[in-house]
Design a protein around this ligand. Structure first.
Ligand SMILES: Nc1ncnc2c1ncn2[C@@H]1O[C@H](COP(=O)(O)OP(=O)(O)OP(=O)(O)O)[C@@H](O)[C@H]1O
Length: 293
């Protein structure tokens, strides 16, 4: 959700706090961190990016920035060393019913005029409010993404669908998470694809490990303005299915604990927690399937 771009936005209205991803730019004061958190974060950023600042005046710094090397060298995301978050309980039928009710509004006017409140959850469904809000917002986002860009006079940033982000992003749960600078993203995505191709070709990683690493790497590069979690989960599901495993849904996890798990993978270069979560989910899906037979 784009707090900087659409501060009083329809999307911000009613969205779960935990769903916000804060965007940053030098000109905008966005942070809600304590002084200590801000200091810690600043120190970490300087540690990673100081080489960039140090070489800013020297020839070649743009190439350095664009190479994605600073972030990559610090976190080594591709080096091989060793809700309920997704668990929205609403069914497809519930979602369909919400969509039908939403459509009774003039969606174009609703999205164009950001001051208008969105239909309240109670007017859409009698299911748990936060889950209805989540589904409502996803449906509206999808509608927006699938609507020709010219239709709304929104800032350019909102038209990023299908493109790499050109702005900085910040994780909502773990303030010390460092996503790469936007200039680093294209190079890192190239590296990500090479990493996947090499791992598949060499058959060097167990499919569950590869699926987990694909998931964590995509989340860490955070290539898009929005939808990174969904894309990462879909790509992981694809790897699992191709290798004969069931696609998993992180049913027992809160977004906070998933964020902590991903943070440990990044900052501690320790994916053990993530592997455990993935493995447990695969086993639990297979067990459920077995008992249904
Ligand atoms: N500390 C973190 N490091 C890396 N990735 C994180 C961290 N915290 C959260 N994430 C990932 O970022 C995703 C949120 O990013 P984004 O809002 O772009 O994705 P989304 O698909 O819109 O959201 P959702 O996952 O809620 O559907 C989370 O789903 C999680 O996978």
């Amino acid at each position: 959700m784009l707090r900087r771009i659409i501060p009083s936005s329809a999307f911000a209205y009613g969205t779960r706090g935990s769903q916000f991803r804060l965007l940053f730019s030098s000109s905008v004061k966005f942070q809600e961190l304590s002084a200590r958190q801000e200091r810690e974060r600043q120190e970490l950023l300087e540690k990673i990016y100081l080489p960039l600042y140090g070489t800013r005046k020297m020839p070649g710094w743009i190439e350095l920035l664009e190479s994605g090397k600073l972030w990559e060298d610090y976190f080594h995301p591709f080096r091989w060393t060793s809700r309920d978050y997704e668990g929205n309980t609403l069914t497809v039928h519930d979602t369909q019913a919400i969509w039908e009710k939403l459509k009774k509004n003039n969606l174009d006017i609703l999205l164009e005029n950001r001051k208008l409140p969105l239909p309240g959850p109670r007017s859409l469904s009698d299911k748990p409010e936060n889950e209805v809000i989540e589904i409502r917002n996803h449906l509206l986002s999808n509608y927006l993404v699938n609507t020709p860009k010219e239709k709304f006079e929104w800032e350019d940033e909102i038209c990023y669908a299908g493109e790499f982000r050109k702005i900085g992003v910040m994780a909502s749960h773990v303030h010390l998470t460092v996503y790469p600078y936007p200039q680093e993203v294209p190079a890192l995505m190239k590296r990500f694809i090479e990493f996947c191709d090499e791992s598949i070709k060499n058959d060097s990683l167990h499919p569950l490990i590869l699926a987990s690493r694909v998931f964590s790497s995509l989340n860490h590069v955070h290539p898009f303005v929005d939808g990174n979690g969904r894309v990462a989960r879909s790509v992981m599901a694809l790897y699992l299915i191709r290798n004969g495993y069931p696609p998993i849904v992180f049913q027992q996890m809160t977004s906070g604990s998933m964020a902590a798990c991903l943070y440990t993978a990044q900052a501690g270069n320790d994916l053990t927690f993530l592997y455990n979560v993935v493995l447990q989910n695969v086993i639990s899906i297979l067990m459920r399937y077995r008992y249904q037979q």
